[in-house]
Design a protein around this ligand. Structure first.
Ligand SMILES: NC(=O)c1ccc[n+]([C@@H]2O[C@H](COP(=O)([O-])OP(=O)(O)OC[C@H]3O[C@@H](n4cnc5c(N)ncnc54)[C@H](OP(=O)(O)O)[C@@H]3O)[C@@H](O)[C@H]2O)c1
Length: 296
């Protein structure tokens, strides 16, 4: 009988792509959802919705029954560690064979200088190590660098409206990770016969705002300006976009350390595990430009 894969956070940026990757591999996939109607258009029709909610722990216990491989992801939230530790324990109690967790960026979990969310991820990773050590599921952590489509997500709109784009990373370089590569690493870790216990996903090179502007000048054949935002400007923009207080605090902590250059490191893990190079910022920019077309 084919193994059953369950994805938590299955309508999220990474989770929805993991669902698709697993389904494309012909694997049996179920996605935990709060609202099956919202999920339906995001997934291939053969993916099974399982109704559940992190705030209802019994629903997570029930969702894990009969599952062989579980993927755990949840949003940045004050309860993230409690939600995910419960999901790990529920998976172990249900006899799940392997758990793959979408974790934090490695640099948010450095002993002595963890961010708030990095500390929550570290707590979940410690719970995973403990259940594995006591004979429970094999546990694998995917540690992505800053999401390319997160920090550079507004660039298309900004270039449609002018010749300037702005980022909150100051002059720092970041080896941005494309969300499709992160999802590919997660799906691979779920489906492969064997895999390293930790996979760091980064882009193939670290780029800063000025270098990204240089790429855009070449691609568009016109002057493009990078405007570094200070953190308060970046947070004002995030607040206007609807970010709550916890998210704003998280983003402030992340930008503060990113501006020190912690996101520059390029990891060889993606190439060695997936057997291909990770996507480049340039290829992402080419997609953005082709979507906004002649307006930029
Ligand atoms: N952004 C970055 O640069 C970055 C870098 C490294 C690591 N990360 C980590 O990535 C994770 C976030 O991934 P993402 O951006 O893919 O997440 P996301 O897009 O925010 O998706 C969150 C998912 O969790 C579900 N969810 C929310 N509240 C729930 C609840 N109470 N019960 C059940 N499901 C619930 C959402 O479902 P609904 O559709 O029902 O809302 C959605 O499917 C975080 O742990 C973050 O620390 C992010």
């Amino acid at each position: 009988m084919s193994e059953r894969h369950l994805v938590l956070g299955a309508t999220g940026r990474i989770g929805s792509l993991v669902v698709r990757e697993l389904s494309d591999r012909g694997l049996a996939v179920a996605g935990l959802v709060r609202d099956a109607q919202r999920a339906a258009p995001m997934w291939p029709s053969e993916v099974m919705p399982v109704i559940g909610e992190f705030d209802a722990p019994a629903s997570i216990v029930s969702a894990m029954q009969g599952v062989d491989v579980a993927f755990i992801s949840s949003p940045v939230h004050p309860e993230m560690a409690a939600w995910q530790c419960h999901a790990v324990q529920a998976a172990a109690d249900a006899g799940v064979r392997r758990i793959v967790k979408l974790s934090g960026s490695a640099w948010t979990m450095v002993e002595g200088r963890m961010t708030t969310v990095g500390a929550a991820h570290a707590q979940v990773e410690a719970t995973m190590r403990a259940v594995q050590k006591s004979g429970g599921p094999e546990c694998i952590c995917i540690r992505p660098n800053a999401f390319l489509q997160g920090i550079l997500g507004r660039i298309g709109t900004e270039l449609s409206n002018g010749d300037t784009f702005s980022l909150g990373i100051g002059p720092a370089r970041v080896a941005f990770a494309d969300i499709r590569d992160i999802a590919a690493a997660c799906a691979h870790a779920m489906a492969a016969r064997s895999t390293p216990q930790t996979i760091e996903v980064t882009g193939p090179e670290a780029l800063g705002g000025e270098e990204i502007a240089g790429l855009l000048v070449q691609m568009l054949g016109k002057p493009i300006r990078y405007k570094p935002l200070d953190i308060s400007e970046a947070m004002a923009r995030a607040r206007a976009g609807g970010a709550d207080d916890f998210t704003l605090r998280h983003q402030t902590e992340v930008l503060t350390v990113l501006r020190e250059g912690v996101g520059e490191k390029v990891s060889p893990d993606f190439q060695s595990v997936l057997g291909r190079a990770p996507r480049t910022v340039q290829s992402y920019l080419a997609e953005v430009i082709s979507k906004v077309g002649g307006t930029c």
